[in-house]
Ligand binder design. Structure first.
Ligand SMILES: Nc1nc2c(c(=O)[nH]1)N[C@H]1C(S)=C(S)[C@@H](COP(=O)(O)OP(=O)(O)OC[C@H]3O[C@@H](n4cnc5c(N)ncnc54)[C@H](O)[C@@H]3O)O[C@H]1N2
Ligand code: MOO
Length: 669
C-alpha cells in the first residue's frame, strides 16, 4: 500500500537553484560545424572576423557619372559644368581598366567599381548629355555617392561574437563576409516524459476520468523556443519499473543532456516520478541524485531538481508538477536558465514591463507567488511616487500612462490562463498583499506583451463570439474574459474593461439589466436569448414540459441533481427567482461556470438538470424547455466609449449581417 506524506520542508527558490547548479555545473555544450543554411536559430561558438573588406572596392551608390569633384565646383542650372564624356560604361562585376583624366566623366551604374582618377559620382538626374559632352547642373564634393572600401566591414573586424543567437540578420552578415558555415553550440537534447495513468496523447479517445497530455507539447515547444532539441518520449503510467526503464532509455540510449518529467512529484500515493529520480546515482559516488524536493513557490511547490552521473557526464533532471500552470512557472524560472547555459546563451530574459495593479492582490506568505496577468491600456494619470514596490528596472516617467495588470488566476490546473496571459508578476516570499495602485514588474511570457485593442469582461455567449470573430477579421486584438454578469459590472464600474456583456433580471421590476448599470456607464441593447431548463432527452422525469416561468415538481426530488451556475451569473439569479424561498434542490452548491458547462454536466449524468440557453442545449443534444427570453445587453463605461475599438464594436453589433447570422443561430436579434 502506498502512503501519503506531506512536504514538511520547502527550500528557498534561490537555495534550490544554487544547489542544482552546483551539482549540475552547466557549461555550453561542445561546438559543431553547421552549414550556413542550418545556422538560423543556433548559438555561435566562435568569434567571426571578416576575412575581407566589405565592400571590397569603392563603389557607386547611384546610377550616374564618375567625375573629379573639383571639375563640378561652381556648376549650377544656369551655368552647368561641361565635361568630356568617355565612351566606356562601368557596370557592376566588371572592374574598369581606365583612368579618368581632368575634365572627364564616365557613365557608371549603381554597384559599379569606381575608376582610377575619379573621386565622386554625380546622379544621372543632375546631368544632361549633349553631343559627347556631359552637362553637370549641380556640384558634388569628393566622396559623394560612393561607398568606400571597408566602409561597412573592415577586414579583420569581429562581426559576431560567441553566444550570439543567430537570426536572419546575423546569418546575412555571415553570408556577406563569405562564410559557408560556422561553429555553433550543440543544441541541448532534452528528454521529455509525461507521467500518470490518466494521461492520453492528443488525438486519442478519452475514457471517463482521463485527460489529454498537454505538458509534453508545452515542454517540447518551450525547449524548441529556447534553441534546445526536445525528444518527446511519451507517457509513462504510474508504474515504478516503467519509470526506471524510461529514465534509463533517456539517459543511456538517447544520451540526453537534460531530462524533464512532469507529474508524480507531490507527496500523494501514486506520485512516483520523484521517487524514480531518487533511485538514480548522484553526480558523485555516494551523493544523492536529488538536490531539492519541495520549493517555496506558488504554484510549483512539489518541484524536484536532481543531477545524475552518466559516465563522465552530469545530467540534470527536473520533475515538474503535473498541473500545467505549475509546469509553466517551474520551467520558466528553473529549467529555462539551465537550458540557456547549456545552449551557450546569456541568462538575460526579456526586460519586464511596468504596470499598475487595479486592485489589491493577496499572496501566501512564505512562498514566492506567481500571478498571471493580462494587460489593459491604462487611463492617463499621475503615479503617486510612494506606491512603488520596485523589483528593479522600473524607471517610469511620472505622469505617463501605465497599463493595468489584471490578475487572471484560474488555478494551477488551468491551461487557458497562461495562454491568455500577457505575463506574470512574482510576489516576493514575505509579501502578504500588494495594494491597488502599486506598480509591478510584468515579466512577458515568450511573446510581445501589449494591451489588446478591446477588452470584454462579463457574461459569455456564443453569439458574442460571432461578433468577436468579426472584430478579429478587422484586425483588432480582442480579449474576452468570461467572468459572469456581476464580474463584468464590477470591471465596468472601475473602468477595467471596454465592454461588459450582462443579462441580469431585476426581481423588483421584472426587467433585465437597466437597474444594474453603474454610474458613468451606458447600456447598449444587444439581443435576446431563450433560457430554459435542460435535461437529458431520455430522462422521463422531465418529459412533461412545464409552463413557462415554472419548474417541474421533480426538481424537488432529492435524487434529482441540479447543476447550478456560478454566483454572479445572470442565470443563477434567474434560477433563484424561479426557485423562490424554501429548501434548495439537490446539487444546488454544484456550480458550472458557463452554459456549456451546465450542458456538459447534464449530458454526462453528473447532474440531471440545469438552466442554460437554447443554442447550447441544442448543440449538446439535450431536451430544452423554454423558461423565458432574456436580454443580453452591453454595459460600456462612458470614458471608453469614444475609443476606436469600442466604436467598431458598436458598428458591428448594429450590422444587419451580424443580426441575420445571430437569428440563424437561434438568437432573438
Ligand atoms: N495533500 C497534498 N496534495 C497536493 C499537494 C500537497 O502539498 N499536499 N500539492 C499540490 C500541488 S501544489 C501540486 S502542483 C500538485 C502536483 O502534483 P504532481 O506533480 O504529483 O502531479 P500529478 O498529481 O501527477 O498531477 C497533478 C494534476 O495535473 C494533471 N497532469 C499531470 N500531468 C499532466 C500532463 N502531462 N498534461 C496535463 N495535465 C497533467 C493531473 O492529471 C492532475 O490533475 O499536487 C497537489 N496535491
Ligand atoms: O505548486 Mo502547486 O504547483 O501550487 O499548484
Amino acid at each position: 500500500m502506498t502512503e501519503q506524506r506531506q512536504f514538511l520542508q520547502v527550500a528557498d527558490p534561490e537555495v534550490a537553484v544554487a544547489r542544482w547548479w552546483a551539482a549540475a555545473r552547466p557549461v555550453p555544450l561542445a561546438s559543431e560545424d553547421v552549414p550556413l543554411a542550418g545556422l538560423c536559430g543556433r548559438v555561435l561558438a566562435e568569434a567571426v572576423a571578416s576575412p575581407r573588406d566589405v565592400p571590397g572596392f569603392d563603389r557607386s551608390n547611384v546610377d550616374g557619372y564618375a567625375v573629379r569633384a573639383a571639375d563640378t565646383y561652381g556648376a549650377s542650372e544656369r551655368a552647368p559644368a561641361r565635361l568630356r564624356l568617355r565612351p566606356e560604361v562601368v557596370v557592376p562585376g566588371v572592374p574598369p581598366d581606365m583612368t579618368l583624366g581632368p575634365g572627364e566623366a564616365v557613365s557608371i551604374a549603381t554597384g559599379g567599381a569606381l575608376v582610377r582618377g575619379a573621386d565622386a559620382v554625380v546622379m544621372v538626374e543632375d546631368t544632361d548629355e549633349e553631343r559627347g559632352e556631359l552637362l553637370v547642373r549641380r556640384p558634388v564634393v569628393p566622396g559623394a555617392m560612393i561607398a568606400v572600401v571597408g566602409g561597412d566591414i573592415t577586414r579583420g573586424e569581429v562581426v559576431l561574437r560567441p553566444g550570439a543567437r543567430l537570426g536572419p540578420r546575423e546569418t546575412a552578415v555571415l553570408a556577406a563576409v563569405g562564410r559557408a558555415s560556422a561553429r555553433v553550440v550543440r543544441r541541448p537534447r532534452v528528454a521529455i516524459l509525461s507521467t500518470g495513468d490518466e494521461l492520453v496523447a492528443p488525438g486519442g479517445p478519452l475514457l471517463p476520468g482521463q485527460i489529454h497530455d498537454c505538458n509534453q507539447t508545452f515542454l517540447a515547444d518551450s525547449c524548441r523556443e529556447l534553441g534546445a532539441e526536445p525528444l518527446a518520449l511519451g507517457i509513462v503510467g504510474d508504474d515504478p519499473a516503467g519509470l526506471d526503464l524510461a529514465l534509463r532509455t533517456a539517459l543511456h540510449e538517447h544520451r540526453c543532456d537534460v531530462v524533464l518529467l512532469s507529474g508524480g512529484t507531490s507527496k500523494g500515493a501514486g506520485d512516483l516520478s520523484a521517487a524514480a529520480v531518487a533511485r538514480l546515482p548522484g553526480p558523485e559516488p555516494g551523493a544523492p541524485a536529488v538536490c531539492v524536493h519541495g520549493v517555496a513557490l506558488k504554484p510549483g511547490k512539489p518541484l524536484c531538481l536532481a543531477v545524475t552521473a552518466v559516465g563522465e557526464r552530469r545530467v540534470p533532471l527536473a520533475v515538474l508538477p503535473g498541473f500545467p500552470t505549475s509546469a509553466l512557472f517551474t520551467f520558466h524560472e528553473f529549467v529555462a536558465p539551465l537550458l540557456r547555459a547549456l545552449a551557450g546563451l546569456r541568462a538575460a530574459a526579456a526586460p519586464p514591463l511596468i504596470a499598475r495593479l487595479p486592485h489589491d492582490l493577496a499572496s501566501e506568505r512564505g512562498r514566492r507567488e506567481y500571478a498571471l496577468v493580462q494587460l489593459l491600456a491604462g487611463p492617463e494619470e499621475h503615479a503617486p511616487a510612494d506606491m512603488s514596490i520596485q523589483t528593479g528596472s522600473s524607471l517610469h516617467a511620472p505622469g505617463a500612462s501605465l497599463p493595468l495588470a489584471l490578475p487572471i488566476g484560474k488555478g494551477s490546473g488551468s491551461v487557458t490562463a497562461f495562454c491568455r496571459a500577457d505575463g506574470f508578476i512574482a510576489v516576493p516570499r514575505q509579501t502578504e498583499r500588494l495594494l491597488a495602485g502599486a506598480t509591478v514588474d510584468v515579466h512577458p511570457i515568450d511573446r510581445d506583451a501589449a494591451a489588446p485593442d478591446l477588452v470584454i469582461v462579463g457574461s459569455h455567449c456564443t453569439g458574442l463570439e460571432r461578433l468577436v470573430d468579426r472584430l478579429h477579421a478587422r484586425g483588432l486584438a480582442v480579449r474576452l474574459l468570461a467572468q459572469g454578469s456581476q464580474g463584468g459590472l464590477a470591471a465596468a464600474a472601475r473602468g477595467l474593461c471596454d465592454v461588459a456583456p450582462i443579462h441580469l433580471l431585476d426581481p423588483d421590476t421584472d426587467a433585465y439589466n437597466r437597474a444594474f448599470v453603474p454610474d458613468d456607464c451606458d447600456l447598449v441593447p444587444g439581443y435576446g436569448r431563450m433560457q430554459g431548463l435542460v435535461s437529458r432527452a431520455d430522462d422521463p422525469r422531465f418529459a412533461a414540459c412545464p409552463q413557462p416561468f415554472a419548474l417541474p415538481a421533480c426538481v424537488r426530488d432529492p435524487e434529482v441533481f441540479l447543476v447550478n451556475r456560478n454566483r454572479g451569473s445572470g442565470t443563477r439569479i434567474l434560477l433563484d427567482a424561479l426557485l423562490g424561498p424554501g429548501p434548495r434542490p439537490s446539487g444546488y452548491s454544484h456550480e458550472a461556470r458557463s452554459h456549456s458547462g451546465v450542458a456538459a454536466c447534464v449530458a454526462s449524468g453528473r447532474a440531471d438538470w440545469g438552466v442554460a440557453i437554447s443554442t447550447v442545449a441544442r448543440d449538446a443534444g439535450l431536451r430544452f424547455c423554454p423558461i423565458r427570453l432574456e436580454h443580453y445587453d452591453f454595459v460600456i463605461p462612458r470614458a471608453r466609449r469614444s475609443r476606436p475599438a469600442v466604436q467598431t464594436f458598436l458598428q458591428i453589433l448594429a450590422d444587419p449581417e451580424l443580426r441575420a447570422e445571430l437569428r440563424a443561430a437561434g438568437f432573438d436579434a
